[in-house]
Design a protein around this ligand. Sequence first.
Ligand SMILES: [Zn+2]
Ligand SMILES: [Zn+2]
Length: 648
Amino acid sequence: MIKLTLPDGSVREIEAAQSAAEIVKGIGMGLYKSACCIKVNGEVKDLRTVIDSDCSFEVCTFDSIDGKKTFWHTASHILAQAVKRLYPAAKLAIGPAIDNGFYYDFDLEKPFTPEELEKIEAEMKKIVKEGIELEKFELSPADAIAKLKEMDEPYKVELCEEHADKGEPISFYKQGEFIDLCAGPHLMTTAPVKAFKLLSCTGAYWRGSEKNKMLSRVYATAYPKAADLEADLKQREEAKLRDHNKLGRELEYFTTVDVIGQGLPVILPKGARVIQTLQRWVEDVEQKHGYLLTKTPYFAKREFFKISGHWDHYLDGMFVMGDPYDEEKECFALRPMTCPFQYQVFLNRQRSYRDLPMRLGETSTLFRKEDSGEMHGLIRVRQFTISEGHLILRPEQLEEEFADCLALAKEMLGTVGLLEDCTFRFSQWDPSNPKNKYEGTKEQWDYAQEVMGKILDDLGLEYTIGIDEAAFYGPKLDIQYKNVYGKEDTLVTIQIDMLLAQRFGMEYVDVDGTKKTPYIIHRTSLGCYERTLAYLIEKYAGAMPLWLAPEQVRIVPVADRHLDYCNELLEKLDAAGIRATIDDRAEKVGKKVRDARLEKLPVWVTVGDKEVEEGTVSVSSRREGDLGSMSKNDLIGKLLDDVAKKVR
Ligand SMILES: [Zn+2]
Ligand SMILES: [Zn+2]
């Protein structure tokens, strides 16, 4: 007898080994029809899996993330099959599910046109209608490589060769005439993929590296029901209107220049003004929270990063100046983090317990070698500036200081309006990560994660757990945010580090006169300014709140004879620190007001004969509508008040 423990805790027994598909049919045909994959002891597998021992058993439908990914990944095979039918010379690269659909990379002579995408969709419809069964089979590594060579799929050969070292059998999936190297899981047949849409075809380097060939990536999404697809497509249309990568360029917050390089945006005056406003505010608030300001170098010698551990654990992510492996010659690297530089502030003289906690803050520019395929507008970039900081503490100060870091981040995200859409992730290590990613022992990690878990629970924070998302030196609390397309990234992070202080020989003399190693919190408060700007553009569809707006007031004279009066007003606004301009173009008032709206100004005022005579202005606000006429002083008073309150 084999016992299956279901998610509700109930136990289902089967006589002998059986495929998951048969077991799910036994539970109910309705469930079987909507099942996409299963989880056996927490591991995602497909319905072909034979269950032959006691386990926990969960059925995943399209409503779950794992179910969606299996569904989308199967749809990517359908896409590849259709492409191979229509373009037999196309070479297949990879076709994973992503957060909101899937893609497949093809090596083609030229990218698909929209008309070609339509033809491919039509072929996919046929494949779905045929309801082709997917069959799994396995080959030895040598046979698998021979088979893929025979199929003339060079990218698959390369992938297969990497797995071959392990000596384990290589799995393939076959649907009709189409065969793909794949680990799965997949749906049982192509039939459920009823509603899909090929969204775009863009260039993407093989393995995300510009050293490799540029492939053609087809993005797509798929659903079991047409109505769900329609809702998704509608939402994507709406998202486009808020997309910072489009809107941020149109409204001239930033631009990119090919010859400068990918992931290196040029922040234009409007964007720079928003960032400056944020930065001044963050630095002031942090000062009130007891932070000491530092200013440290942007790069350092290889030897420095060897001490910090970055050389061993993060070299791939750094821009290196010089040959990293030629020990004879001097070699530098741009900093990917500020930590080791700020530790030098602590190390500047001998420290005692009285110096702790030492809270160090820096508006810090960092450099990270992101894959070119990962780059996105202002969200994924290679150079960014962050409200970085490190707290050096006695162990008993950890909980209180962590709580203050979290309170500070919440205060800031709340003020700019992003907190309401944030989620929290407790990012932990993965002891089985093979890539030499983590420092320290299992005992040290268990302890650090236990301490952090307790702090989070004591604070009553709701969070998810992210395995293998930790920093190389410790667990993190990541505050996550989604862009308009649903892609999630970290906005703010607070990390506990019990390892790095020792590497730098950081010590303090404790109350009892003994020398001790401090703990460190690595944290940001508003995160990276470029990314925050991107999310603000998306959140407000480009219409920044008054206190952040690069141009806060537009003054619109009805005729040239009102210009002197407008200039007087401009001077007064300037003196009060309000950012204003006069629209003195020879255009009609209606056109000027329309432009102020289109440029998403928070406030605009019109000045005509009546206003000049009365000494007033006629005021309109994006947020509050038409406010009627007001004296100049009342206008300034109101604006200063709203700015001080950081009204959204
Ligand atoms: Zn697959
Ligand atoms: Zn750090």
